[in-house]
Design a protein around this ligand. Structure first.
Ligand code: AMP
Length: 565
């Protein structure tokens, strides 16, 4: 039975004890994610266990055992070595959920490079931004994505030395099959300090462009403990994390953690489809399933009698992340799946689950649960002088904070030390989320402190969308908000002021929609555009999105004293 740890004061808990459950590199050469996740198992009794099973778009599965995964990731590490990639260099991937992406990530960890995944639904502009800001040295992608989104960018990216295509050959790129065939399948992981950078994940901000959160190899202590106590992974589980590795859940819990726990991980290469998902759960005998409220809301539309046709008898544990999990979703899980759905809370910056309904916690529908072992969370009040105070009174809303020092805490925002420093005060990391705690220590999500949009569980920074719209010759000004939506959480909604003589009609709207989708991609582009006479700004010239949102929702406009005019 899992113990109910609620904070660092849990008797007997220490991060050192967690570390001792891991192998470490041979000869005391440090701690490397890929060694713990892959090679450690490949050298032992799990050698022939299926590590990953990819379900292709056509439904055909492709399996890789821990032993084969070890050899292939060795090959990729050797490829990086041969290309002159050095410790700390950026190895980026922009691909769908195909085996090559997973092999590249783990091969990059082995070689000491910093892996950065880019969501394949991004358009050229977000891709260019991230490759440039992350100084990507190698990019792995597919022939289709290269042709559609990347080939035109490479001249603007002087740091990008090599583009590797998984399935195509062109004059100016390298072919993955050729590189892998020429590489040896043994590789000695160089010494790796737990503080060495391993992963770069871009996440949206409200004011500036996306921030690159840096994570280190030592973060696996959190992956290990959450794999055990939150995901409750044990031998011989079949685990399915439905998130795409373009987002942090898809790398931490879609690549690293299930391997760390030595279980079999299912990856669906196909797009969301409710029937397909129930088929996968049943046919693959999934025992532990980590998904999102947006997906659950869609699955809830399937008639229960249809769902009951699938044999979900092996499904033991269901979890959710990314947005508030509404109580009716939990009730649906109980009634239709016969299981509780366990909410978990974390962010790109925290590098792993921080607050959760573990199997040992009695669920209070609507609550995110309690902090995991080793993590202290609190509701904080930010004071004018930038210090913070812990709000002890239960049921009081404040900013959700975490006591600094958990191993998977991000170690910086790439090239933005001041932005990083602003996240901390008095030994606390300030998450930007508003929450409250009840008298029994359960945390309840209230909202965001800032204007970040959550659409289908994915963060979108309004500034990135406004900036793109402003680059269109028709647009004089733009303001972007998240408009509440019952299915996907929030829709990206843009208010646009047109230049004189541009007609505010459907043709213009279609043109701006198409322009946004082409450049930003479907994951970020606005779902709605409304023409406006002006965009409210404060005296410093910042878009007052709070006001745009209040107007949209017909709410009280609140304090207008900072409005420009
Ligand atoms: P990301 O960094 O993209 O993973 O997004 C992190 C943000 O998603 C958090 O700061 C929250 O605003 C939101 N989020 C994550 N998990 C939950 C949850 N269980 N309930 C409510 N919001 C969540």
């Amino acid at each position: 039975m899992t113990k109910d740890h609620t904070d660092t004061k849990s008797p007997g808990f220490s991060w050192d004890a967690v570390q001792s459950a891991l192998a470490g590199l041979p000869n005391g050469a440090g701690l490397n994610i890929a060694h713990e996740a892959v090679d450690r198992h490949a050298a032992g009794p799990l050698r022939d266990r299926t590590a990953f099973r990819w379900i292709g778009e056509d439904g055909d599965p492709q399996d890789l055992s821990y032993g084969k995964l070890s050899a292939l990731t060795n090959r990729f590490a050797n490829v990086l070595e041969a290309l002159g990639v050095e410790k700390g260099d950026g190895v980026f991937a922009c691909a769908d959920r195909i085996p090559e992406l997973y092999i590249a990530a783990l091969g990059a960890f082995k070689h000491g490079a910093v892996f950065c995944p880019l969501f394949s639904a991004f358009g050229p502009e977000p891709i260019r931004q991230r490759l440039e800001r992350g100084k990507a040295r190698v990019l792995l992608t597919t022939g289709r994505l290269f042709r559609q989104k990347i080939s035109a960018l490479t001249e603007q990216l002087p740091d990008l030395r090599h583009v590797i295509l998984t399935d195509a050959v062109t004059a100016d790129t390298l072919a993955y099959p050729d590189l892998m065939a020429a590489a040896a399948d043994t590789y000695a992981i160089p010494p790796t300090d737990p503080e060495d950078s391993a992963l770069l994940h871009f996440t949206s901000g409200t004011t500036g462009m996306p921030k690159g959160a840096i994570h280190v190899h030592g973060a696996i202590l959190v992956h290990h403990i959450t794999g055990r106590h939150v995901l409750d992974l044990r031998d011989p589980d079949v685990f399915w994390c439905t998130a795409d590795p373009g987002w942090v859940t898809g790398t931490i819990y879609g690549i690293i953690t299930p391997l760390l726990m030595g279980v079999t991980s299912i990856i669906d290469e196909g797009a969301f489809d409710a029937v397909r998902w129930f088929e996968i759960l049943a046919s693959q005998g999934v025992t532990v399933w980590y998904t999102s409220p947006t997906a659950i809301r869609r699955l809830m539309r399937v008639p229960p009698e249809e769902i009951r046709r699938y044999d979900l008898g092996r499904l033991r544990h269901i979890l959710s992340v990314g947005e508030p999990l509404p109580p009716d979703a939990i009730l649906w899980g109980r009634a239709v799946l016969g299981r509780d759905i366990h909410d978990t809370w974390w962010q790109t910056e925290t590098g792993g689950i921080m607050i959760a309904n573990t199997p040992a916690v009695t669920i209070r529908p609507g609550s995110m649960g309690k902090p995991i072992p080793g993590v202290t969370a609190a509701v904080l009040e930010r004071r004018e002088d930038n210090t913070v105070a812990v709000i002890e009174a239960p049921e009081t809303v404040g900013e959700l904070g975490l006591a600094v020092g958990w191993p998977s805490m991000f170690r910086g925002y790439l090239n933005e030390p001041e932005r990083y420093a602003r996240c901390f005060s008095d030994g606390w990391y300030l998450s930007g989320d508003l929450a409250c705690r009840d008298a029994d220590g359960y945390f309840w999500f209230v909202g965001r402190r800032d204007d970040i949009i959550k659409t289908s569980g994915q963060m979108v920074g309004p500034f990135e969308v406004e900036r793109l719209l402003l680059s269109h010759p028709f647009v004089a000004d733009a303001g972007v908000i998240g408009k509440p939506d019952p299915m996907i959480g929030e829709v990206v909604k843009a208010f646009v002021v047109l230049k004189p003589h541009i007609r505010a009609d459907d043709d213009t709207r279609r043109e701006l929609m198409a322009f946004s989708r082409k450049n930003l991609g479907a994951a970020i582009a606005p779902g709605e555009i409304e023409f406006a006479d002006s965009i409210p700004k404060n005296r410093a010239g910042k878009v007052m999105r709070r006001l745009l949102k209040a107007r949209e929702l017909g709410e009280d406009l609140g304090d207008l004293s900072t409005l420009e005019d």
